[in-house]
Ligand binder design. Sequence first.
Ligand code: M6R
Length: 612
Amino acid sequence: MCGIVGYIGQKEANGILIDGLKRMEYRGYDSAGIAVLDKGSIFSLKRVGKVMELAKAQTKFHHHGPIGIGHTRWATHGNVSERNAHPHLSDGNRFAVVHNGIIENYLQIKAFLTEKNYRFTSDTDTETLANLIDYHYQKAPYLSFAEIVRKTLLHIEGTYGIAVMSKIFADEIVVARKSSPLLIGVGEGENIIASDAAAVARYTRCVVYLNDGEIASVRSDNFSITTLHENAVDVIRHELDWEIRDMDLEGYPHYMLKEIVEQPFVIENAMRGRFTADGCSAKFGGISLTPQELRTVDRLLFCACGSAYHACLAGKYLIEKYARIPVDVEYASEFRYRNAPLQRNTLVFVVSQSGETIDTLAALHEAKRRGYTVLGITNVVGSTIARATDAGIYQHAGLEMGVASTKAFASQITILSMLALLLARIHDMDAIAGLQYVQALKSLPAITNEILKLSDPIRMIAEKYYECERFLFLGRQAMYPIALEGALKLKEIAYVHAEAFPTAEMKHGPIALISDETVCLFIATQNELLDKTMNNIQEVKARGGKVIAIVNNDCIAWEVFCDEVLTIPEVHPGINPIVSVIPLQFFAYYIGILRGCDVDRPRNLAKSVTVE
Ligand code: M6R
């Protein structure tokens, strides 16, 4: 979703701004723009479409200077057009603003400012902010830049991450946040502000994250942060924990493929240092709860969105199976508003790759408001969710650039599987079973490496079916969330309608969809119920449907009844969901490629969803 970048230092801002915008392309956007301060005036350049278009236009843009702001926009208010792209300048061009989030009372503000003769040239909520800043400047020109922005923000309802520059205050950028991420990349004689660390990582590894309700005045050689209510803030500097090479394709045609292939390594990273010395259980340094405290937990609640929600659902099956603790999984967007009844000794987890998803953050706040301990599982160190939870577990999956989550999803289920083991060992699981579970987890990197070899066979299957328009994904128990994830990947990447059901649910309705134009993907790696699954496959075949089965044994019936069979290794049930998802990721990837889709930047999607 929208990206913000800003530069103040000694170098020419244009190139750094465009590079920063390119680094944030993976988040999803539809137009881009920059503004620079040149010889006392603000000049802006905007283009609809890719940052590349902006970069091309920039070669003929003859305005340069060491201070500027840039933005990639994901349209909310007003269509996709240059007029609506950011930065937005105030009437009279004194201030320029880039903004992520939504200003909910913008219509009232616009009406107020129109009365005061302010002119508007866009349909956006952001332009009202630029003009309101100007209005407050006109009212009190003696105030500092940060004070003018502060006064303005006190009138704003909604969410924002903003960066503001001005021709009046030519040596300063003011930034502020409320529910939309912002950070300052601290450099030598220069500072870069951004909504995503990817935009600053080439220039500095030292970042300071702004918290909600904070405002900062950033100059080339210093910055100061206070709260909107003028209280002092403890500034904490973080070191970025991922490698610059995560941002490069390293010879792969797409980030999605690169990230699928990285999974053995990512899974190993998720487990590193997290087994107990006796080799029979898992441990997480980030969870501050003692075994005694964990024993008192009667119920778990997981809140998440999208793929992270599917990971939680897989975690539910594993935790309930092994630890025998009831688990609820809620869409964070539902939980935040529905006042769900919660049992007293419930431990709440929020799970989010980006650590910035607004619904997940809201669910976190809701659970905390109600007095629950909230732990986090997130990939981004220092992200808002990481900082707002009581404690948590980092995924260490490295920066995920593909909009569709692959490696982060695998690492989330790996962690949840380890959590199932940890809780099971505290409850009823004996040491031998614990040892076997640990051995299974440790075998994951090698097994997932084996599964990566299915890439070519899966591509060949995709070549046969890529023109089909109807896919059903079916799986039982812990494979049901994997079916959901497989269907989500296909929808996101290839824009094909795909649905997922628990296998046995097919005959309760979805079977009506089966015809010779329907492709059913059975994730049939749940061997306890093989005969039942075989019956379901026959039901599809009897109605002319096509069957692709992912299996883990060499039962002769697969070849007889299925159109395509992909065999993966048979593994411990605690790691089965992790290995079963990889073929589905490849499948979505190849279908997307064959249909000519932009698999790394699917239409309408954003990497982290920071607006409601
Ligand atoms: O960053 P998060 O894990 O909180 O993101 C949650 C969802 O927005 C995300 O998983 C989304 O569904 C992805 N596009 C999945 O590929």
